[in-house]
Design a protein around this ligand. Sequence first.
Ligand SMILES: *[C@@H]1O[C@H](CO)[C@@H](O)[C@H](O)[C@H]1NC(C)=O
Ligand SMILES: *[C@@H]1O[C@H](CO)[C@@H](O)[C@H](O)[C@H]1NC(C)=O
Ligand SMILES: *[C@@H]1O[C@H](CO)[C@@H](O)[C@H](O)[C@H]1NC(C)=O
Length: 763
Amino acid sequence: MGCATTPSNPLSLLLLVLFLSVFWHPVQARPPFACDPRDPMTKNFPFCRTNLPIPDRVRDLIGRLTLQEKVGLLVNKAADVPRLGIRGYEWWSEALHGVSDVGPGTKFGGDFPGATSFPQVISTAASFNASLWEEIGLVVSDEARAMYNGGMGGLTYWSPNVNIFRDPRWGRGQETPGEDPILAAKYAASYVKGLQGNAGERLKVAACCKHYTAYDLDNWSGVDRFHFNAQVSKQDIEDTFDVPFRECVMEGKVASVMCSYNQVNGIPACADPKLLRNTIRGAWRLNGYIVSDCDSVGVFYDNQHYTSTPEEAAADAIKAGLDLDCGDFLGLHTGDAIKKGILNEADISDALVNTVTVQMRLGMFDGETSSQLFGNLGPRDVCTPAHQELALDAARQGVVLLKNHGPSLPLSPRRHRTVAVIGPNSDVTVTMIGNYAGIKRYARTIHQQGCTNIACTGDQLFDGAIDAAHQADATVLVMGLDQSIEAEFRDRAGLILPGRQQELVSKIAMASRGPTILVLMCGGPVDVSFAKNDPRISAILWVGYPGQAGGAAIADVLFGAHNPGGKLPMTWYPQEYLASVPMTTMDMRSNPSKDYPGRTYRFYKGPVVYPFGHGMSYTNFVHTIVDAPTTVVVPIDGHHRPNTTISGKAIRVTHAKCNGLSIAVHVDVKNVGSKDGSHTLLVFSTPPARHWAPHKQLVAFEKVSVAARAQQRVHINIHVCKYLSVVDRSGIRRIPMGEHSLHFGIVKHSITLQPATLGVIKS
Ligand SMILES: *[C@@H]1O[C@H](CO)[C@@H](O)[C@H](O)[C@H]1NC(C)=O
Ligand SMILES: *[C@@H]1O[C@H](CO)[C@@H](O)[C@H](O)[C@H]1NC(C)=O
Ligand SMILES: *[C@@H]1O[C@H](CO)[C@@H](O)[C@H](O)[C@H]1NC(C)=O
């Protein structure tokens, strides 16, 4: 739900002002969740004392709970404990790209008719602008806190979704930051910091990185996520699937991780102690709670038949490290698991320590809501002009210019006075929460649907659209997908545009008097080779799902008020790619003996429609390396003898002294064109050839804005252990010694890594 548009008619504006002045009253803060200062029976419990350390307060509270009360707190719809003055709490709220009412913890209405709707995450990722991601998180958490204070929202948001966009057909790829682990990791940490407020122990809202792990299949060719057993190698787990989650926990300090429905190598993710207890909580030291995807404990009992009784399922999940069940399964069966002796009450208490600690960090046990940190946020902090401006800025930054033949873009309001706007996506408010009205600010528009909907099964509306294109000075076709084609529960069968869309586009391009511009609104990639190769189609823009300000952002790019700078966060494969890639095959690496081409730009070398990182501008940028080392010495931790650290001339990351070990590179980015613009410097590395290394890997990115004919110096720091390492077949991360080739666009630079202590080991 986006922000309500402000009335533009002066009379309605006047009425609104009158209405507000008569009926406006300060919003009632929600009653305290616990520790109400007006309740003499409960306000003096030690767990209410804000001057005590949180761990002590948590211990005090849990020590007072009966077993039955504890069980009531294991589910998203947590029960109240009236005798201790604690209200019920709904843990489930969502805020992927703005506060949303998808989860039952948040509702719109009353003083909160809507919230700022930012572009869908795949578009925001295309900005490659980490400060934008944090900024969006900050705004979303302002609005979330405001809604909580007003009694309409929760404080625990099950966002972001940082699964790797592994397969182009995935219906939920749109929710993610794309196919690259390092991009996804940076997105995860930035968005989480913005949401949580980056203030140490205190949380503004609690974020949640989901869905751990090796998810990313919803319903494909008879296999659905409730039954899918992902066969994943240790190498791909460490090298690909774990990367965003590790960064989310260790760098973003996220307060929660959600486990996924699927099995990973035969064990349901939510019942696997190696994943939950050992990795998330042990190795990464999660300070927060682990929650199941909704009803996934029930799913592994009912659908996967992983245990023979429901009590065993409950016991397995909690023993594996699950702290909270989205669903009612743990509420129903945990008590009996204890009675049967397959689970201890102490296991439940341990789980509650993790959830209650997060609630304390959120201030839920600090008494009056209004006196808390962020207690002053209210309705006036939602949909502010500044927030709406950021939604517009984000929408513009997410636009990717894929093709610009001629160049034919930007259009000119002087020469292109009449624009035909065609397509079932051209006037949608649901798909992008915005519409083509943006173009009306620049030109007269003739609107034709062309197809009645995205499925585009008939050609009844073709003639009207062709006429419009024939009359107008320029034609903009807004085509693509929507949630009826790609969504949760819904993976695609193919990559080409649905129904007769392609035919419509080609016919329009033949008939157009002026340039034909194809605007693609879709989350996942589409195979638009026909349009790429058709000289009559002058330009192609990919706009993802651009949010409430999408229409204005698209128009600003079409008419050059904004110079596009977005880049593709995923590979656009040709349709033929799918023939040799079952969606159920998790392998990232190619396997020539099985005709398997591999996945993502890191491992797939075949033909593409548009590559990862592709995105043009109305200007041109040139890179020059100013300063970069040619040799870097990697110090080895003295405790490790060379034979245990070096295998095939690659040092184990855990045996290197990684702290502060980074490569500083200075690059000048020069704008050699005549328009100001933003440019993302993408730095890739090709490690020394080894059969288990990717042939190319993103190691850094930095976005800069550069005025026409000006130059900006970009300082890049490449953390050697994190970014120049690769993962061997046993899942061990190693730093290959020898020549690493860094690519900055067409400019290349070689760096040789050498081990420091060979032969001179001291302890
Ligand atoms: C990155 O996004 C921020 C908004 O948070 C914006 O102010 C900035 O200009 C963007 N950077 C570039 C280089 O475009
Ligand atoms: C998967 O898709 C099939 C066919 O489209 C449908 O019948 C089935 O209900 C879907 N399953 C789930 C779990 O969504
Ligand atoms: C290291 O390996 C070499 C041969 O691979 C062997 O000759 C040498 O003894 C080993 N050194 C130690 C300290 O184990």
